[in-house]
Design a protein around this ligand. Structure first.
Ligand SMILES: Nc1ncnc2c1ncn2[C@@H]1O[C@H](COP(=O)(O)OP(=O)(O)OP(=O)(O)O)[C@@H](O)[C@H]1O
Length: 345
């Protein structure tokens, strides 16, 4: 189990990591999610033993790692570009750490075969890295990191060099692979989808500090504050009367601040036969996507909301619509709110 207590890292007096407390239980995958420059790579490097701490402590199973150099920590690091050895085959790359550990040829061959199967690259052993796609290279890098049987795998934006579609597929694979291998992992990323797809637990980092931590789904459904909600991809946070009106429409207890995802607000054509109860609104902007239309609707009594259109319907700006608000995808926020409505997005 990894334990960080009051970890602080500074560069020339500028604090990059500011009093971080975190734990990763055996077999868990924790994602530290934060915007560029928040200090997450520095935090990861500190855990690896590559940055000295100004204060605080990092421990494994209760033993302080302060005097343990990087190569003795038993941790593996994997970066966004994988950094394979270009002159070695896939099998040569994956088996590298095992050969260094003095394992026999037969043992290395068997372990490499198992690892390549695990990452879905069985039969790729003789290929050279330059003949692989970006996603395949990242899988090889992952197999190579796992080969050393690290007690902790440290992943720095492992999928961000890949294109969007591949990133989604590989995120699901990465989760399966880490779970099957029973790996304890600490992942840092700025990509909400990657964190959500891969991690059991999520820590949101801002300005060098952890501002919220918990089970991934809990953090998602109950962000600590407006800034966290916006960072997690809620497009709007409503305050005051707008928040109360929206929550009444959703049939939820009233609060003074609420974060709203577009998928929680469903617009349908207005006019005779408009389905059920809802609020009336005017489409301000409309854009078609492969998953249906994305709208900005000025809803009477609430103001502008991001919304989705019902399937198979392409509304235009200026059209009147009826919106209903669904219970999922809205998150009342707890903090004290200055009264004086409007959205802060
Ligand atoms: N070696 C260094 N010397 C001086 N300042 C540094 C050094 N490394 C990082 N920093 C500073 O520390 C802060 C945190 O950097 P870090 O790389 O940890 O952020 P990050 O959240 O990983 O960002 P990104 O997602 O862009 O990589 C930044 O302000 C950065 O400029």
């Amino acid at each position: 189990m990894l334990d960080l207590k009051g970890v602080e890292v500074a560069f020339d007096g500028t604090v990059a990591v500011d009093g971080v407390d975190l734990s990763v239980a055996d077999g868990d995958v924790l994602a530290v999610l934060g915007p560029s420059g928040c200090g997450k790579s520095t935090l990861l490097r500190a855990v690896a033993g590559l940055e000295p701490l100004r204060s605080g402590a990092i421990a494994w199973d209760g033993a302080d790692l302060a005097g343990t150099p990087t190569h003795r920590r038993g941790f593996a690091l994997m970066f966004q570009d994988g950094q394979l050895f270009d002159h070695l085959t896939v099998a040569g790359n994956v088996g590298y750490a095992l050969r260094l550990q003095g394992e026999s040829r037969t043992a290395v061959r068997a372990a490499v075969g198992d690892l390549l199967d695990l990452v879905g690259l069985g039969g790729y052993g003789d290929r050279l890295p330059r003949t692989l796609s970006g996603g395949e290279r990242q899988r090889v890098a992952l197999a190579r990191s796992l080969a050393a049987r690290p007690r902790l795998l440290l992943l720095d934006e492992p999928l961000s060099a890949l294109d969007a579609g591949l990133r989604v597929r590989l995120a699901a694979d990465l989760r399966r692979i880490l779970t099957e291998a029973g790996t304890t992992a600490l992942l840092v990323t700025h990509d909400q989808d990657e964190a959500f797809a891969v991690a059991d637990r999520l820590a949101v980092m801002r300005g060098g500090r952890i501002v919220q931590e918990g089970a991934t789904a809990d953090v998602w459904s109950a962000p600590a504050d407006a800034e966290t909600a916006l960072f997690l991809g809620y497009p709007r946070v409503l305050v005051g009367e707008a928040a109360e009106a929206l929550l009444r429409l959703a049939d939820r207890p009233v609060a003074r601040e609420v974060a709203v995802r577009a998928t929680a607000v469903v617009a349908a054509p207005s006019g005779p036969g408009a389905a059920g109860s809802g609020a009336s609104g005017l489409v301000r902007a409309a854009r078609l996507t492969p998953d249906g239309s994305r709208l900005v609707v000025d809803v009477d009594g609430i103001g502008e909301l991001d919304a989705v259109g019902t399937a198979g319907w392409a509304p235009r700006a200026g059209e009147r619509v009826v919106v209903r608000v669904e219970g999922h995808g809205i998150a009342p926020l707890g903090g004290a709110v200055p009264v004086g409505s409007g959205d802060v997005s």
